[in-house]
Design a protein around this ligand. Structure first.
Ligand code: GLU
Length: 462
């Protein structure tokens, strides 16, 4: 059984890089009918982990990613960690170190001065004497002092670490008894039965240390997949300004979960040149061995493109419902279908779509000056009057095609090109030259509002 996990440190929100590794872990578990677990790494007790965990769970629920089983909170597991620290002490695989902070600082200074790597020198590793008084000891694990540790990484291949370069007998419990990061990660992954660890490659240098813990405790080492970072267009690490922000901010910006997940799955993973993936396809096709070896580039245009794609293809009922989150109540609008069909091809985000609809439903209070100049010619007034009278005298105006027929009739009657009516009418109805099809606009706002907007424009002497 494949068991994966997402193990965020509660920084208060879920960010885009974290979400991507969570998605990869989720997909890999689902593909293998396995389990996707959630662990909150809240050993830093100063932070409010409950709130952070809720923020993450909320984001997951918006995105439709569900974790299996209970959430594991590291802050609640001190007793578990204590058992394993004791086991390592009892079996001689870890030991108490009584070196004071001053001694350690002095050693570090000496090593730095001698241009050596600053590291613990192992002085208590085989200590049998009487411990110094008044020093609360830390617990250090016996790490290999020579040879190599090979991380068999599913993305990067074998990554070889020389023990002497990266390991000293690192601390697994501080003087106050609290366990340290690499120790608890290894213990938790093992006890949670995690078989596949998919995480950012900023953690790669922690992995040999975690492997030392696994080995000392006789746990099976999981498969590791270290995923390269996401970079911005300049090739630098993604910053808040580029979009490395709270995942829920993407909801506020009007992106759908489908678009965001599709965007993320392609950041660092590919399947041929396919760009659009439904959740079912992602689950079917994702394999962490296909994760790219180099960093991926965050590209907002791509996200917008995907977002537009999902909005365009969304059933109107669902779209109307989702627009409610952006302040647009459309569920009972009698022209809902025409309205959504007319605008769903034009919006990059749900928020933009809500704004476009709201704008269209409002009688223009001003006209774009340059558009007026471009659209209104000498004969425009007569053309609009001709069209308005046709509208006034028609009793059966419901569909866009009903309005279109009247525009055609004016064009025929006055022997003019379509632009002659289209342009001034567009400015009259919308205040500017851009927007959706005019026949749809008129069908949506209805006969009275159409006449009112034309009259307003004529009165304003456009
Ligand atoms: N808590 C770590 C982080 O938020 C992740 C640890 C891991 O995946 O092993 O970056």
């Amino acid at each position: 059984m494949v068991v994966t996990r997402f193990a965020p440190s509660p920084t208060g929100y879920l960010h885009i890089g974290g979400l991507r590794t969570a998605l990869f872990s989720y997909l890999w578990a689902k593909k293998n009918s396995g389990k996707f677990l959630l662990r909150i790494e809240d050993t830093d007790k100063a932070r409010n982990s409950q709130e952070a965990a809720e923020a993450i769970v909320n984001a997951f629920s918006w995105l439709g990613l569900t974790h299996d089983g209970e959430i594991t909170y590291q802050s609640q597991r001190d007793e578990v960690y204590a058992v394993y620290i004791k086991q390592l002490l009892d079996t001689g695989k870890a030991y108490y170190c009584y070196m004071s902070k001053e001694e350690l600082d002095a050693l570090r200074e000496e090593q730095t001065a001698a241009k050596q790597r600053a590291m613990y020198d192992g002085r208590y590793r085989d200590f049998n004497g009487t411990p110094p008084e008044g020093v609360a000891p830390v617990v250090r694990i016996k790490a290999p002092q020579s040879g190599t540790i090979v991380v068999q990484d599913g993305v990067k291949g074998d990554v070889v670490f020389k023990a002497e370069d990266i390991l000293d007998d690192f601390i697994i419990a501080r003087a106050d008894g609290s366990p340290t990061y690499n120790f608890v990660v290894a213990v938790d992954d093992a006890l949670m039965g995690v078989t596949d660890v998919i995480r950012g490659d900023d953690h790669l240098s922690n992995t040999p240390k975690q492997m030392v813990v696994y080995e000392a405790l006789g746990f099976t080492i999981p498969k590791f997949y270290h995923v390269p970072m996401i970079h911005n267009a300049e090739g630098k690490k993604l910053s808040k300004r580029d979009g490395a922000t709270d995942v829920m901010a993407y909801k506020e910006m009007g992106y759908t979960p489908e678009a965001l997940l599709n965007f993320l799955v392609r950041l660092g993973w590919s399947y041929g040149d396919q760009e659009i993936f439904s959740m079912a396809e992602m689950i079917e096709l994702f394999n962490p061995k296909d994760i790219n070896k180099s960093a991926s580039i965050y590209n907002t245009q791509k996200l917008d493109w995907l977002s537009a794609h999902y909005i365009k293809n969304m059933p109107n009922e669902e779209l109307a419902h989702l627009l409610g989150d952006y302040g647009l109540v459309l569920t009972s609008h009698d022209k809902k279908e025409i309205l959504l069909d007319a605008l769903k091809e034009r919006a990059k985000t749900l928020k933009e779509m809500a704004e476009l609809v709201t704008e269209m439903l409002q009688t223009p209070s001003a006209y774009e000056e340059k558009d007026v100049k471009k659209a209104f010619k000498e004969d425009s007034k007569a053309i609009l009057e001709n069209f308005a009278s046709k509208v006034r005298n028609s009793s059966e105006l419901h569909l866009p095609s009903d309005y279109h027929a009247l525009m055609d009739a004016t064009v025929q009657e006055m022997q003019i090109g379509f632009g002659k009516i289209g342009q001034p009418l567009r400015v009259a109805l919308l205040g500017k030259l851009s927007g959706p099809g005019l026949d749809s606009v008129m069908a949506i706002i209805g006969k009275e509002e159409t006449l009112k907007r034309i009259e307003n424009a004529l009165r304003a002497n456009c």
